[in-house]
Design a protein around this ligand. Structure first.
Ligand SMILES: *Cc1c(COP(=O)(O)O)cnc(C)c1O
Length: 371
């Protein structure tokens, strides 16, 4: 770690808590929590912390969620110096609240900040901001089966200056969206479009950082996938256009006839997913072989045709584990197995969900209770 990151990555801040004086009415809240969808409904509060060069992180508060006022020359609006995170809080079987591996998100947020030339938020402040906010908005857990609070921490450059340089001012915020399932259709398996024209991340680029810019660059490919009747896009590597990397916002796994799993290695162009890492640990603890090895699209096609590849799935916090049924590209399409959710996929998904929900023991210490 550099001296600079040491300066900014340790410490705590006192949070001022200002309750929203006009929260959403109970009847309305109750109605939306029965069917919140994904990312359209938000709680009554937000966390906000400011950063100014020289002064560091300051003015930490939990306050009423409201629109921000930004100067039109605010740096983020021009040069996209922005990063974010995504994690969930659950109501456990015993009624307590818990988050899944927030320490891993805090660490990744620092790494993303480093890549985008932003100051690093101390991990303690990241976790404290979320704990305080979830506690204030504890009445917002969805009542729908499988519901959770989707927590969105983010940080952006807020200096009023059109010169191209790292900003001297930043805002860090956390908002919360009560969510049900991620995919509207609730489909048992999704279809995937293999992008031939567009790539997500190149060596030396920002593929391993969780930044808005990566998503902006993926949208045209996602639109192309939709146009071809597919739910999601999968990207190949930028250099050879041969190796499967990941989806726009999810990592990908392959399951073979012999029971082994494979996922592309973290080579700098793939986002290091916490779900990905957790699933690898769970599969290995079950005695399964998990390879972090490149897998080419041609091999994927051949293995699906021969039956050597039996299942594929995508994974990430928002959708947890999503089976991939159909794969389409300009050259045609193919399916894996019966085109529906595979047995191994569903088994390790259940293992993860049971730990997240406090139904199964937590041998890795992933569940962070909020009391
Ligand atoms: C967030 C994200 C993932 C999944 O990461 P999790 O930590 O499992 O939620 C995968 N790929 C991309 C591009 C992402 O932004």
């Amino acid at each position: 770690m550099t001296a600079r990151s040491d300066v900014h990555s340790k410490g705590r801040l006192p949070f001022v808590v200002e309750k929203n004086s006009a929260p959403v009415a109970l009847a309305e809240r109750t109605a939306v929590l029965a069917d919140p969808g994904f990312g359209r409904v938000f709680t009554d509060h937000m966390a906000i912390v400011r950063y100014t060069e020289g002064k560091g992180w300051h003015d930490a508060r939990i306050t009423a969620r409201k629109p921000l006022s930004l100067d039109p020359a605010s740096a983020v609006l021009h040069y996209a110096q922005e990063i974010f995170e995504g994690l969930k809080a659950y109501r456990l079987a015993d009624g307590s609240m818990a988050m899944f591996r927030p320490d891993a998100n805090a660490r990744r947020f620092r790494h993303s900040a480093e890549r985008l030339a932003m100051p690093q938020l101390p991990e303690e402040v990241f976790i404290e901001s979320i704990e305080q906010l979830v506690k204030v908005d504890r009445d917002w857990f969805p009542t729908v089966e499988g519901g959770s609070l989707y927590i969105r921490p983010f940080m952006f450059a807020n200096e009023v200056f059109l010169g191209v340089k790292p900003s001297s001012e930043y805002l860090y915020l956390v908002i919360i969206s009560p969510v049900g399932g991620y995919f509207k259709s609730g489909a048992p398996a999704v279809s995937i479009w293999v992008s031939q024209e567009y790539t997500r991340a190149a060596p030396g680029g920002t593929g391993a950082a969780k930044c808005g810019g990566n998503y902006a660059a993926s949208l045209v490919a996602q639109a192309e996938a939709s146009k071809h009747g597919c739910d999601q896009v999968v990207f190949l590597d930028a250099a050879e256009h041969k190796w499967v990397e990941e989806l726009g916002g999810m990592n990908v796994f392959f399951v073979f006839e012999d029971g082994s799993l494979q996922t592309p290695p973290l080579s700098g162009t793939i986002l290091p997913g916490i779900t990905r890492e957790s699933l690898m640990a769970l599969a290995r603890s079950e005695g399964l072989t998990v390879r972090e090895q490149p897998y080419s699209f041609d091999q994927w096609k051949a293995d699906a045709a021969s039956g050597k590849l039996t299942e594929a799935f995508a994974c990430g916090t928002a959708a947890v584990v999503t089976p991939i049924g159909r794969v389409a590209s300009p050259e045609g399409e193919f399916r894996m197995g019966a085109g529906g959710p595979g047995q191994t996929t569903m088994r390790i998904k259940q293992k993860l969900v049971d730990i997240q929900r406090g139904v199964a023991p937590d041998p890795h210490g992933w569940v962070h209770r909020l009391g």
